[in-house]
Design a protein around this ligand. Structure first.
Ligand SMILES: [Zn+2]
Ligand SMILES: [Zn+2]
Ligand SMILES: [Zn+2]
Length: 312
C-alpha cells in the first residue's frame, strides 16, 4: 500500500478516535482529521496517475515544462508544495475524475464552523461530518481507487463509521420522540415542530427543553436555543404546508395574533399557539363568521367594523 493511502486511512481512523474520546476539545481535531483524510485519498488518485520519473507531477501545486534526456518536452512537479483543495478540483475536472464535491464542501463548511464557533458546536456536528466522510471515503475508494474501503479502514473503524451514521438516524428519532412526549400548547404546534428544522444551521436534530407545555427548542447540531415564542412563530411558518392549503382554496391557516402580534394565531383551532389567547370568530353585529385576516378583539367582521366606525 502506498504511503499516501496509508496516511489517508490513518487520518480517518484518528478522527474517529478523537470522536470516541468524548472530550469536547478533541471534536475539532476529529473534524480536521476526517477532512484531511479525504484530501489524502484524492491525492492518492493524482499520485497514481502521475507518470514515472515526473516527480509525482500531478501532486505538485506547481508544474514546470522541461526537456527530458532524449530532448522531448515533458512536465515535472516543481518545488515541495502539494496541491490544495482548489487545485485538486481543477485537476480532477480536466482528468475527468468524479468526486462528490458538494458533500466535501459541506464537510469543509462544518469543519470551518467548528473552528470558528467552537463553543457552540456539538458532537452532532462532527457526527454529521463522519456520516458524510464515510460515504465519500467508501464511494471514492471503490469507484476511483478500486480498493476495498473495509480492508483499508480496518474492521473496527469501518463498523464504527457505519454505526455513527446509524446513530445520527437514531438521534433524529430521539428528537421526534421528545417532541411527541412534550405537552405543547396545542397539537397543531407539536405537529409543526416535527416538520421544522434549526433556524440557524438547518439541522433537523432539534429537541424541546425546559417547560413541558411551552418548551424552548435546542438544536443538537449547533447548540442554538430558540425561546418558546420565537420557535412557535418559526414552526408555524416552516412546519405547515401553507402553500397547498391556500392553493386548494382554503383560508390562511395562521394569522397575526390580535393579542401578542406574532404570526401564531391558528384560525381553525381558534387559538394562538404562542400566547394561548382566543378571540370571537362570530361577528357581534351581523352574526357572520369573521375571516382569518379580520379577527380582532372587538368581535366584529371587517365590514361591520367599518360601518361602526362611520357611526362614531
Ligand atoms: Zn442548528
Ligand atoms: Zn398570541
Ligand atoms: Zn359583521
Amino acid at each position: 500500500m502506498s504511503l499516501l493511502l496509508e496516511n489517508a486511512a490513518n487520518s480517518i481512523r484518528l478522527g474517529l478516535e478523537d470522536f470516541d474520546t468524548d472530550e469536547d476539545d478533541r471534536l475539532l481535531s476529529a473534524a480536521r482529521n476526517l477532512h484531511a483524510g479525504l484530501l489524502l485519498l484524492y491525492k492518492e488518485k493524482l499520485r497514481r496517475l502521475s507518470p514515472t520519473g515526473s516527480d509525482e507531477v500531478l501532486l505538485k501545486q506547481n508544474i514546470e515544462p522541461i526537456f527530458d534526456s532524449a530532448g522531448n518536452l515533458t512536465f515535472v512537479g516543481k518545488g515541495r508544495k502539494t496541491v490544495d483543495t482548489q487545485k485538486i478540483k481543477e485537476r480532477f475536472k480536466s482528468l475527468e475524475i468524479s468526486a462528490d464535491w458538494k458533500s466535501l464542501d459541506e464537510v469543509t463548511k462544518i469543519r470551518n464552523e467548528i473552528e470558528h464557533y467552537f463553543t457552540t458546536a456539538g458532537k452532532d456536528a462532527v457526527r454529521e461530518i463522519i456520516s458524510k466522510s464515510f460515504i465519500l471515503f467508501r464511494d471514492f475508494t471503490r469507484g476511483e481507487l478500486s480498493e476495498d474501503p473495509r480492508d483499508l479502514l480496518g474492521e473496527d473503524a469501518w463498523l464504527s463509521m457505519t454505526d455513527i451514521s446509524e446513530v445520527y438516524e437514531q438521534e433524529r428519532k430521539e428528537c421526534e420522540d421528545a417532541i411527541e412526549n412534550y405537552e405543547w400548547t396545542a397539537s397543531e404546534l407539536q405537529d409543526a415542530a416535527l416538520n421544522t428544522s434549526c433556524l440557524e444551521c438547518g439541522s433537523s436534530l432539534i429537541e424541546p427543553i425546559n417547560d413541558p407545555k411551552r418548551p424552548d427548542v435546542r438544536c443538537r447540531s449547533c447548540g442554538k436555543i430558540q425561546i418558546f415564542e420565537e420557535f412557535a412563530e418559526h414552526a408555524m411558518a416552516e412546519g405547515i404546508d401553507h402553500h397547498s392549503h391556500i392553493k386548494d382554496g382554503g383560508d390562511s391557516i395562521v394569522v397575526i395574533c390580535p393579542n401578542c402580534s406574532q404570526e401564531t394565531y391558528h384560525y381553525e383551532l381558534g387559538m394562538c399557539v404562542s400566547c394561548e389567547e382566543s378571540v370571537d370568530h362570530d361577528c357581534d353585529r351581523c352574526g357572520s363568521t369573521i375571516p382569518p385576516e379580520e379577527l380582532d378583539y372587538d368581535s366584529l367582521c371587517g365590514y361591520c367594523r367599518h360601518m361602526m366606525s362611520k357611526d362614531d
